[in-house]
Design a protein around this ligand. Structure first.
Ligand code: PTJ
Length: 252
């Protein structure tokens, strides 16, 4: 990895970029992952590279949903595996969920590398290397799923997702939580909960929220979800972007 000095004003962003490059070089992240990261970076500028208030609301609601879930599953792609592998394993342990490697640009070699990485970090159950079922309505590799994993899950956490699978999972009756810096993407609009935040901030925040909320009763967790409105969160996220950008040219 290239040495990035912590004093650099864009240290966090440059470090994230290095992690993705490292992911590509070690065969965990696909080449397309670089493009996805570039899209993400540009949108992260628009929110000042910090967790916004709507982002934090979505993270809290996502934690409540994961704690209430009967069969939650965390889906992992090549970008998430490069950027937040430790956090994904920790979150899985906290909520007692399996992980499942699911790739858009699937190669068996890359699936195996990601499964091994997650297992080396202490993950208990990692599906994905031997899919035994298909998500209906998809004609690409992301349809591949596992019974006991994504196929049977009631809540699926799918950071940096493509719109097709999100819609197909919702059509199966599942609740879908996504992390996507683009509040206008098809995934963002289709998911049950959309966290408009960088995945490198969203995962630690989500872990903190789960730790904070795990003592609450089922009723209290349900109340959090009842108050949550995903369309409102998306609208607020767009407004945050507009006012952040307008603020760049203010006189004071
Ligand atoms: O590993 P694979 O083969 O499954 O491929 C994974 C990628 C991410 C390459 C694939 O799913 C893909 O092409 O995704 P997209 O559609 O380019 O990106 C999905 C969304 O994630 C886009 O709206 C991006 O803006 C957003 N995004 C990218 N990086 C981040 C992000 N959102 C949050 N945090 C990021 N770091």
């Amino acid at each position: 990895m290239t040495e990035v000095p912590p004093s650099h004003p864009r240290y966090a962003s440059l470090l994230t970029r290095e992690k993705i490059i490292d992911g590509v070089e070690s065969g965990i992240t696909g080449l397309n992952g670089l493009i996805a990261q570039g899209r993400g970076e540009s949108l992260d500028y628009f929110i000042g590279e910090v967790t916004t208030s709507p982002g934090a609301d979505a993270e809290r609601a996502a934690a409540a949903m994961l704690l209430l879930a009967k069969r939650p599953v965390l889906s992992v792609n090549g970008n998430a595996a490069a950027l937040v592998p430790d956090e994904l394993v920790k979150l899985a342990q906290l909520i007692g969920a399996p992980l499942e490697v699911n790739l858009f640009y699937r190669t068996e070699k890359r699936v195996k590398k990601i499964v091994n990485l997650l297992c080396d970090l202490g993950a208990q159950i990692v599906f994905g290397a031997h899919p035994d079922s298909l998500v209906p309505g998809l004609n690409h590799d992301r349809a591949k799923a596992n019974k006991g994993g994504i196929y049977d899950a009631d809540v699926v956490f799918v950071p940096l997702e493509d719109g097709d699978r999100c819609e197909a999972l919702v059509n199966m009756g599942k609740k879908v939580i996504t992390v996507d810096l683009n509040p206008l993407s098809r995934t963002a609009k289709t998911a049950t909960i959309t966290i408009v935040d960088n995945v490198v901030r969203a995962l630690p925040n989500l872990i903190k929220c789960v730790e904070d909320l795990e003592g609450l009763s089922e009723e209290e967790l349900k109340d959090i979800l009842e108050e949550y409105d995903n369309v409102d969160v998306l609208r607020r996220s767009v407004r945050v972007m507009i006012s952040y950008l307008e603020g760049q040219f203010s006189e004071d």
